[in-house]
Design a protein around this ligand. Structure first.
Ligand code: NI
Length: 411
């Protein structure tokens, strides 16, 4: 098999579907929905799958969809897209801007969904000769809701059992026509932090009659900076960021409590557990030293690190070079961003790949989660072709037993 020739064919085919893919992306972009509320988005996905004659299971994880292509036998590969938007008010100057004030597809999950539907179309056209089964996972609530975990709990990787998984994320730091990732840990374990510092309110003119939680909160924030700088190996990445402070209503009143929130990140689960333990100890004891009490919680989900299987990344690189050229594949450093694709790669070997969408000529230069975030849509057929190629290549390998899967790297 000449991979370059085959990939050029797939890319040309994906480009012939560009209008269809972009149309879906823009429809979803105009109607952003937050995690587990993606009813209209889910309906759009199901309508396109119905159109293509692709069967699916729904609802999975509330609004998610698991579609299946193949004749029911042979190995099984999964391709994943997340479908939720963010609580951000869009400021991008695009004609298909969000019609819902305060909500926006600022992380490109609209693109992920459209690219996966593009791949669905191409794979369905090959169903009769497909040497196995491709599962398409359209998952809700990537942004903090751990939709990936819920999909796994509801059997998205079973029946037939998924042997390898592939996911793409639009990446504004990379130019259109390039991809990047790395073997091993690519994205961090990420969790949230909430602190309530309790004192005793009173008149600000008589601080000795009150117990001031504001001063204690300030000390706590400063003390927290010493965990990463003094207790963590300088060669081990770690982040503790306090990002909100709320307390008090009046300039002359000491409030009874102050609330803080923030985030904790590490590239390993053991690192995450260490940081959480030390944050709790340090906050409680700093509060106590100042006559306050403190309650520390880690609400929401602690996403595990996203760990790429080395062999799956090799496959993706080969496909990327064949489709886009030898210079188009970047080895990226790990990032402290979190991603719930981690829940899948904790269970089966897989790779999460960054897809370049940067294009200065059209102002597609802003980072994800920015209100002016914009994507170069020329990247969408590339993503659809890579999804398709990864599935075809993996099924062929797994079917012949040729795969040299290195096994999921566990942390
Ligand atoms: Ni995202």
């Amino acid at each position: 098999m000449n991979t370059a020739v085959e990939l050029n064919g797939l890319l040309a085919e994906a480009r012939s579907h560009a209008e269809w893919i972009v149309g879906i992306r823009r429809t979803i972009h105009e109607h952003p929905e937050l995690g587990y509320e993606e009813k209209q988005t889910s309906a759009t996905i199901r309508a396109r799958l119905d159109e293509l004659g692709i069967p699916y299971r729904w609802p999975v994880a509330e609004t998610g969809v698991v579609a299946t292509i193949g004749r029911g036998e042979g190995p099984c590969v999964a391709l994943r897209a997340d479908i939720d938007a963010l609580p951000i008010h869009e400021e991008a100057d695009v004609p298909f801007r969000s019609r819902t004030p305060g909500k926006m597809h600022a992380c490109g999950h609209d693109c992920h969904t459209a690219m996966l539907l593009g791949a669905a179309k191409m794979l369905k056209a090959r169903e009769n000769s497909l040497p196995g089964v491709v599962k398409l996972l359209f998952q809700p609530a990537e942004e903090g809701g751990a939709g990936g975990s819920k999909m796994c709990d509801e059997g998205a990787l079973e029946g037939p059992d998924v042997q390898r998984i592939f996911g793409l994320h639009v990446w504004p730091q990379l130019k259109t026509g390039t991809i990047g990732s790395r073997a091993g840990t690519f994205l961090a374990s990420a969790g949230s932090l909430a602190i309530v510092v309790r004192g005793q309110g009173g008149h600000a003119a008589k601080p000795n009659m009150a117990i001031d939680p504001v001063t204690s909160a300030a000390k706590i924030i400063v003390e927290l900076q010493t965990i990463v700088s003094r207790e963590v190996d300088p060669l081990e990445p770690a982040v503790i960021s306090v990002t909100t402070i709320h307390g008090g209503e009046a300039y002359n009143v000491i409030p009874p409590e102050v609330r803080l929130t923030g985030t904790i990140r590490s590239l390993t689960m053991s690192g995450m557990e260490f940081l959480q333990r030390r944050v709790k100890e340090l906050v409680e004891q700093t509060a106590a030293a100042n006559r306050c009490s403190a309650e520390v919680t880690f609400p929401g989900h602690d996403y595990p690190p996203t760990v790429n299987d080395a062999y799956c990344w090799e496959v993706a690189q080969e496909l990327g070079r064949a489709a886009l050229g030898d210079d188009a594949v970047m080895q990226l450093p790990p990032t402290m961003g979190g991603e719930d694709f981690a829940y899948y790669t904790n269970r089966v070997p897989g790779v999460f790949v960054a897809l370049g969408v940067q294009n200065e000529a059209i102002g597609a230069v802003y980072g994800v989660h920015h209100p002016k975030f914009k994507v170069d849509e020329a990247a969408l057929p590339i993503g659809a072709a890579l999804h398709t190629a990864f599935a075809l290549r993996s099924l062929a390998e797994l079917g012949t037993g040729a795969a040299q899967t290195a096994g999921t790297v566990k942390v």
